[in-house]
Design a protein around this ligand. Structure first.
Ligand SMILES: Cc1cc2nc3c(=O)[nH]c(=O)nc-3n(C[C@H](O)[C@H](O)[C@H](O)COP(=O)(O)OP(=O)(O)OC[C@H]3O[C@@H](n4cnc5c(N)ncnc54)[C@H](O)[C@@H]3O)c2cc1C
Length: 289
């Protein structure tokens, strides 16, 4: 791979990394490199210095008060396999497990997936339904960034130049007594495996004993300039049972939550149909489980 990189620096600490990024406008962080190396090769990014994030201790998954914290450099295969994630955030575990093939999952990191900010980033819908809060660090200090406001457009986030994403906090779901939690991540594409999503959907439903929804959170990828929460569809479901009429109402409301475009992967019209199908399937499953 022919890339125009003149220097790769391996800082030993986060402070060293942020100091480098603050003083070198030509430098960018590199984690797994599965997005960045391709962009450099194709001339889509022009950077002469890479700051390697390996070795900064940012690849841990740990239980903290009322949630789980994932280091930004945690690889997808670790997220997909972690019992804390599989049991508490199954949509995120499933999303991580669908990113590329095994070799990609062994390189690709959560932080890279988020900062690359593709509308199709598979972990994003799962983090949106979890209400994740990201932590960014720079020489100016530390700031929390709710994932809900993190994405600004394709390839763009609220992260400032010189800021590093260091971790992602996921609060545990609140499930009242007598309710059950259903959480899924599904994606549609031209193949079952190794596919960039034409549409992805993460859903979380807290279902009461009588089958009505105590809470529903829905988020989709590849249907708008950024991954999006489907607030109108959620409102159409709250307090209701997912019978045929409710599901039809939610699917109609969903069409106002999304703004897909035609591109090389699929026409907008197909994305609208696929989003409706994924939502209907999720609701049927929530009704059944
Ligand atoms: C064959 C292939 C298949 C793929 N399949 C999928 C798929 O199915 N689904 C999917 O969502 N993606 C897919 N991807 C894209 C990619 O693998 C993911 O987006 C991955 O998570 C990126 O992580 P990374 O560590 O490799 O990021 P990198 O390439 O290292 O970095 C990506 C961007 O994030 C920045 N960055 C990285 N870490 C930080 C940090 N901690 N703080 C600040 N900035 C940071 C970098 O500067 C760069 O701009 C695929 C890629 C390939 C090559």
């Amino acid at each position: 791979m022919d890339v125009p990189i003149q220097q790769v620096i391996r800082p030993a600490t986060i402070a060293e990394a942020t100091a480098l990024l603050a003083t070198r406008p030509d430098a960018r962080p590199i984690a797994g490199g599965t997005d960045l190396m391709v962009q450099l090769r194709d001339g889509r990014k022009h950077i002469s210095c890479l700051v390697d994030l390996d070795g900064l201790g940012m690849a841990e998954i740990r239980r903290v008060d009322e949630g789980v914290e994932i280091g930004a450099s945690t690889r997808m295969h670790s997220i997909a396999a972690a019992s804390e994630i599989r049991s508490n955030f199954p949509a995120l575990a499933a999303a991580a497990g669908t990113i590329g093939a095994w070799p990609i999952q062994c390189r690709a990191t959560l932080g890279g997936n988020l900062v690359n900010a593709s509308p199709a980033a598979d972990t994003a819908p799962a983090l949106l339904i979890a209400g994740a809060v990201l932590t960014a660090v720079s020489t100016a200090g530390t700031r929390p960034l709710p994932v809900a406001g993190f994405f600004v457009g394709p390839g763009r986030t609220v992260l400032m130049p010189g800021e590093l994403l260091v971790s992602v906090f996921l609060p545990l779901a609140q499930v009242p007594p007598g309710c059950r939690l259903v959480e899924r991540f599904v994606k549609a594409g031209p193949r079952r495996e190794q596919v960039i999503a034409v549409v992805s959907l993460a859903g979380r439903a807290v279902v009461r004993a009588d089958g009505t929804f105590e809470e529903v959170r829905l988020a989709l990828g590849s249907v708008a300039p950024t991954p999006v929460r489907a607030r109108r569809a959620e409102a159409a479901l709250m307090g209701r049972r997912p019978n045929q009429e409710t599901r039809r109402g939610a699917v109609q409301a969903l069409q106002h939550d999304i703004a897909p475009i035609d591109d090389v992967r699929a026409p907008a019209s197909y994305r609208r149909i696929a989003a409706a199908v994924l939502l209907d399937r999720f609701l049927l499953e929530a009704a059944r489980v």
